[in-house]
Design a protein. Structure first.
Length: 295
């Protein structure tokens, strides 16, 4: 833990606070504590997120798909030694998915009874855990207002299924993530966005990306890894020019390609992991043209 914390420019006070949390007993939820594995393009990105959460702020991670937003959330959970309940937003997300639902169960005497199964929002609030809301801008506009009271100074929500007002325990915090401009997403309204401190999470490049690939990829040939770093740079250049969709520059896809390249030829690996995810034939051709100059 100390070794991981030493990477980031944070005050001794915050470092002492985080180290002191390691003794907190989360035996029942320990499998929900995240793990390190995020490599930051800018170390202040992590330190600012740590500071915001320590101050009781909600943190919104904003960046392209595959940039590492979920990994960053897991790192924050690890550094705070705090379990994290997760919600994956979609158009099907409703109040039951957030707050819980009633179901039929049976007593030891085999008598039927109605019981309530709490959802991730209620569990995180009552236990004082982190709540991670992935792709929050994928949720229906009528669903998100449920979270307003959770995200502001009240830190509470009225659960319509139980009639109880759930108040957050100490240490409860919210981390959300968005991919902007994707099909199915909608801009966050200002009332919701104003409840967050925003952290931009860009793609890794250069030496930082090379180090990530060395640590997380199955591919160990450094010459090939350096070529994949160059491939990523060239793909992101095309993304910025609007010639390739953003998913073409995904670091997650790049890692997949590197893993496959440890057992099959690199060009075939790139086709499986990157090219075939793109729907536009011109974009596929553009990626292959770049790859063929490198491999």
């Amino acid at each position: 833990m100390e070794k991981e914390l030493a990477k980031y420019p944070i005050s001794d006070k915050l470092k002492h606070q985080l180290l002191g949390r390691q003794s907190t007993n989360h035996e029942k939820f320990k499998e929900n504590i995240g793990q390190p594995g995020y490599t930051a393009p800018d170390l202040t990105l992590v330190s600012d997120a740590l500071l915001a959460l320590a101050l009781g702020k909600n943190v919104l991670l904003k960046g392209p798909t595959g940039a590492g937003k979920t990994r960053l959330a897991e790192l924050l959970s690890f550094l705070f030694h705090q379990p994290m309940a997760a919600i994956n937003c979609s158009v099907d997300l409703d109040a039951e998915a957030l707050l819980g639902y009633k179901t039929l169960s049976y007593t030891k005497e085999n008598q039927p009874e109605i019981t309530f199964v709490p959802g991730p929002v209620e569990v995180a609030m009552r236990q004082g855990h982190f709540l991670y809301i992935d792709e929050i801008n994928m949720a229906k506009a009528e669903t998100l207002p449920i979270l307003n009271g959770v995200l502001d100074y009240r830190r509470q929500v009225l659960n319509p299924f139980t009639g109880e007002t759930v108040r957050a325990a100490q240490d409860f915090g919210v981390i959300a993530a968005i991919n902007e401009g994707y099909i199915g997403t909608t801009p966050l309204n200002e009332a919701l966005k104003n409840r967050f401190v925003v952290i931009e999470v860009p793609y890794l490049q250069g030496d930082a990306l090379l180090q990530l690939l060395k640590e997380q990829s199955l591919l160990k040939d450094e010459t090939l890894l350096k070529r994949f770093v160059t491939l990523s740079r060239d793909l992101l250049s095309k993304v910025k020019e609007g010639q390739i969709a953003e998913e073409g520059g995904s670091i997650r896809s790049l890692l997949d390609a590197c893993d496959l390249a440890s057992v099959i030829p690199p060009l075939r690996a790139i086709k499986r992991a990157i090219v075939d995810k793109l729907e536009d034939e011109r974009e596929q051709t553009a990626v292959l043209d770049i790859a063929e100059t490198l491999f």
